[in-house]
Design a protein. Structure first.
Length: 174
């Protein structure tokens, strides 16, 4: 049977539509995108709020902020929660004795693809010096921070350099 030119055009259009619909599935294995503006400084004795725009071709399964006192061996982490526009997490307050802390943000999607930012250094400075510190303004979040260990050698308490009031530390047991 010989097909008409109109029928061939319809078949070609249908095939192109099927390819276009199948295209997103072909890219469904991409890692999440994490966009975050580095924080240059913060103030001592106040919890820090850090946010990032995290997108994925599927679903974001986890978003975390890994942090440590500058020079420490192990990172700890706090989970980030989606707040409508971005993912945010609250870090425990750094003590006045700390010079700097390091952090990075990592996201994992529902296909176990991971993406992280570079590691950033944040100087701990007096309020008069640090112009726009990322201070957590929600008192409830600042008073109920859960920090997770990443290594069993971190022990059972929050690493030195951070104020432990209002912080629950979850040690690594295995």
């Amino acid at each position: 049977m010989i097909s008409s030119p109109a029928r061939r055009r319809r078949a070609g259009a249908a095939g192109a539509l099927m390819l276009a619909l199948a295209a997103p599935a072909a890219r469904a294995d991409e890692a999440p995108s994490v966009e975050h503006q580095q924080i240059p400084c913060t103030v001592p004795e106040k919890a820090m709020a850090l946010c990032a725009t995290i997108t994925d071709d599927g679903q974001v399964a986890k978003a975390r902020i890994y942090f440590r006192r500058s020079g420490d061996k192990f990172f700890s982490f706090v989970d980030m929660v989606f707040g409508g526009l971005s993912y945010c997490g609250t870090l425990p307050p750094p003590r006045e004795t700390m010079d700097a802390l390091e952090y990075y943000i990592q996201a994992i999607d529902d296909q176990y693809q991971a993406k992280r930012t570079s590691t950033f250094t944040v100087r701990i400075q007096p309020e008069a010096v640090c112009g726009f510190p990322p201070v957590e303004t929600n008192a409830a979040r600042a008073a109920s921070i859960t920090v997770h260990a990443t290594h069993k050698k971190q022990g059972k308490k929050l690493p030195g350099g951070f104020r432990a009031a209002g912080v629950t530390f979850v040690p690594l047991t295995k």
